[in-house]
Design a protein around this ligand. Structure first.
Ligand code: PAF
Length: 282
């Protein structure tokens, strides 16, 4: 696997591949890779001749009181995993390469409406940070394909809208959430959880599954289902951020006639904020 730290060297390398007629798939990450990321790379290997993965803990998508400094960084283990999964090129820029003048003067890409709900409401500016860095990566790599995990369901929708609105013309693929044997969605932030908190966190997927089942069985009082879920979280010493039954296309609150739904949730287990979701197609 070739490793580039600078935009210019990556462009030069990818230019050679492109001149040879090779197609390119991009898998953007923030590192600390787990088997969910490995699935994304494996998916990308099946889509294009060359897989480029990026590792960049993007400061623009972290709020002031969030975990930017303590976000886990495991470059050596990540390189091993990417190599084994068939990644051809790693782009791992320092912050000074991506934001040479710092964050304050940098152009911001903002995807309206869909960025404002759910995680966007709790983490103001988060999706602007994601859209900005992903659009930079799209422009730097100019991939034919890009692959993202569907655990970050809202992120995938924001990026899909940006890709359409700004005519990037990249084929986007969302890959199903990878879970541990108990159902907990794999996340780099799971590393912050104690063994007891990991057990508590299973409430998230259990509640999503129960709520999905109630909807499939005909329940249409979504407000009541949302309230029940949040009460259950609280009874297990978790702090719900949101638990919402949404339309899968716009992520607006679902109404009784909607057929393609997604239930999105974020909750704190101790001080760790976890997100998860489940699709329900009626
Ligand atoms: O999902 C992530 O890891 C990040 O939000 C992404 C897409 C790499 C942008 O920094």
């Amino acid at each position: 696997m070739k490793i580039c730290h600078q935009v210019s060297e990556l462009r030069k390398l990818l230019g050679c591949y492109r001149r040879d007629g090779k197609s390119i798939a991009l898998v953007p990450t923030m590192g600390n890779l787990h088997s969910g990321h490995v699935r994304l790379v494996e998916k990308a290997v099946g889509l294009a001749d060359i897989v480029v993965s990026s590792i960049f803990v993007n400061p623009m998508q972290f709020g002031r009181n969030e975990d930017l400094d303590k976000y886990p960084r495991t470059p050596d283990a990540d390189i091993e995993k990417l190599t084994a999964a068939g990644c051809g090129v790693l782009f791992a820029p320092p912050a000074s390469e991506m934001y040479p003048l710092g964050l304050d003067e940098h152009t911001v890409v903002s995807v309206p409406a869909i960025s404002d709900r759910h995680c966007g409401a709790s983490r103001p500016g988060h999706f602007d940070g994601v859209a900005t860095v992903v659009s930079k990566l799209f422009n730097i790599v100019q991939p034919d394909h890009a692959v993202f995990g569907l655990k970050d369901y809202q992120q995938f929708k924001v990026i899909s809208k940006m890709n359409a609105d700004l005519c990037f013309g990249i084929e986007l693929t969302g890959v199903a959430t990878e879970r541990d044997a108990n159902g907990l969605a794999l996340s780099s932030r799971n590393g912050y959880l104690s063994a007891e908190e990991k057990q508590t966190a299973l409430t998230i997927i259990q509640t999503l599954r129960q709520t999905a089942e109630s909807i499939r069985n005909g329940e249409r009082n979504y407000t009541a289902l949302e309230q029940q879920a949040k009460t259950l979280f609280e009874s297990r010493q978790m702090r719900p951020d949101y638990f919402t039954v949404c339309r899968a296309d716009t992520l607006a609150p679902a109404v009784a006639d909607d057929k393609n739904l997604v239930i999105l949730t974020a909750a704190y287990v101790g001080t760790t904020r976890l997100i998860d979701n489940i699709e329900v197609n009626l």
